[in-house]
Design a protein around this ligand. Structure first.
Ligand code: NAD
Length: 485
């Protein structure tokens, strides 16, 4: 079925079946809500342990043949999948925007970003090289090759319903692994459409399956208990990631964890203030602040703090909040009521402890939150400790480079950090000392398919993207040949 046809089905409020092992699974369903209207607009299969076992058997069987296909063949299918995703870019963006509230223009951007991973790994598939190396014994020849690690279980969050899927699935398929995806319960539809497009271009049955479920536990238990699943790749919150790391230990699965962040943005006094404001806006307000790399602490050098606060507040006041389906909307609703309550709790806590609201500070209704700037933010406020995941920019002040670095590193998280300066030596010095997996120098949006994405400390393990993302799905085999003497 074409993505556009699927959407017609969805818009009719009809149920949508998961396809496991090539069969529609449609016994039970759960509702999917549009955060902009808070109306249920589709019903999706609610898979249970029995369905998970079906998917497990299908992935085991598909892996036996998929791992033996040539890299060129897999690359060809990935290229076709990339083309099909881009051909359906608007339909996919519409589905994504409807289930998560991301403004349509931004959702189109996410589809292109998601497709870029597929294109990249179509190319990288053919570059999985082995090595030969010398032995100390004259009669031996040694080689190391890379092989698919095995069937993969991927669990993804709601905030990037397309990109978090392809960033895992494309390298896994390229490596010769088969994948079972469990998408977030808020955003299962984009995942289902992506999987159906894979099947439509000839992706073999069982190589990519999507197990949708309202409750992640019964399905996940089957996967964690199974020794056949050789790899867990998870993107989501740190507490859940920690739990899954423990559960993976029993069967010693390979594990990649892309977890939460608490990104600092350091603005030094030599910065071009307008450009710095532009980068902070990109970094903070994308997806209404609901990304793991959104800055949550903006430290500005004292001599420019007031000027920066005024310019940032002006830019934030001009953001267009509204219906995500309109092409000029910049800020849509938050994903659900819990997300909205958390943002309000952070703002209330900060203001009760002395923070000042420069713009925003409340909800205009529905699941929307008015883009907000807070000044006089101090240690001890919740907003400096937890991810806010909303459109709130907290401003703090620092006096010198040492203090800025110490404050930036003073968190258990280590995903992304940013700095703005025109001093090249300072940029190098500071970026080397920031304890983060990703550093944006004068760049508020560094993520790209070609680069390694991932964190240190409580932000996780492993990297996604570029050649590094492929390594996560490969294991090394050493073969020693002893020659006749
Ligand atoms: P979450 O951890 O609540 O859920 C993520 C996924 O895990 C969902 O699919 C959910 O169903 C599943 N899940 C939850 N509990 C589970 C369990 N016990 N067993 C198996 N599966 C379980 O996170 P979320 O609210 O969907 O996403 C927001 C979080 O994701 C934020 O912390 C954000 O920073 C993080 N995130 C990180 C990255 C990154 O690349 N580092 C990217 C996007 C989001």
């Amino acid at each position: 079925m074409e993505a556009t046809q699927m959407l017609e089905v969805l818009e009719g409020g009809r149920r949508y079946d998961a396809v496991i092992a090539g069969r529609p699974i449609s016994r039970r369903t759960f509702p999917v809500t549009n955060p902009a209207t808070q109306n249920v607009f589709a019903h999706v299969t609610d898979c249970d342990a029995e369905d998970a076992i079906l998917a497990l058997r299908a992935t085991e069987s598909a892996f036996e043949s998929w791992k033996q296909t040539t890299a060129t063949y897999r690359a060809g299918l990935l290229k076709a999948w990339h083309a099909e995703i881009m051909r359906n870019q608007d339909a996919l963006a519409h589905a994504l925007s409807s289930e998560m509230g991301k403004p349509f223009t931004e959702a189109r951007g996410e589809i292109a970003y998601a497709a870029a991973y597929v294109e990249l790994y179509a190319e990288e598939a053919t570059r999985v090289y082995g090595e030969t190396f010398p032995s100390q014994h004259a009669n031996k020849r040694l080689l190391a090759s890379r092989q698919a690690v095995g069937p993969v279980y991927a669990i993804t969050p709601w905030n990037f319903p397309a990109a978090m899927i392809t960033r895992k699935v494309a390298p896994a398929l390229a490596a010769g692994c088969t994948v079972i995806v469990k998408p977030a319960e808020q955003t299962p539809i984009t995942a289902l459409i992506l999987a159906s497009l894979w099947l439509a271009v000839g992706g073999p049955e069982g190589t990519l399956q999507v197990v949708t479920a309202a409750d992640p536990l019964p399905v996940s238990k089957v996967m964690f208990d199974s020794p056949s699943i050789r790899k867990l790749t998870f993107t989501g919150s740190t507490p859940v990631g920690r739990k899954l790391y423990e559960q993976s230990a029993r069967t010693l699965k390979r594990v990649s964890l892309e977890l939460g962040g608490h990104a600092p943005f350091l603005i030094f006094e030599d910065a071009d203030i307008d450009r710095a404001v532009h980068e902070v806006m990109l970094c903070k307000f994308r997806n209404a602040g609901q990304t793991c790399v959104c800055t949550n602490r903006i430290y500005v050098q004292r001599s420019i703090a007031d000027k920066f606060a005024a310019r940032l507040s002006e830019a934030v006041r001009n953001l267009k909040v509204g219906d995500p389906s309109r092409t000029d909307t910049q800020i849509g609703p938050l994903v659900d009521g819990d997300a909205l309550a958390k943002v309000q709790r952070h703002v209330d806590d900060a203001t009760s402890k002395g923070a000042k609201i420069l713009v925003g500070g409340s909800s205009p209704g529905g699941l929307y939150y008015t883009p907000t700037v807070l000044s006089n933010v101090q240690p001890g406020m919740l907003i400096l400790e937890e991810e806010t995941f909303g459109p709130v920019a907290p401003l703090l002040v620092f006096d010198d480079e040492e203090e800025a670095i110490a404050k930036a590193n003073d968190t258990p998280y280590g995903l992304a950090a940013y700095l703005y300066t025109r001093d090249l030596s300072r940029a190098m010095r500071v970026s080397e000392r920031l304890e983060y997996g990703i550093v944006g120098v004068n760049d508020g949006a560094p993520s790209t398919a070609q680069a390694p994405f991932g964190g240190v400390k409580d932000s996780g393990l492993g990297r996604e993207g570029g050649k590094w993302g492929l390594e996560e799905f490969l294991t090394i085999k050493f073969v020693s040949f002893a020659l006749d003497s």
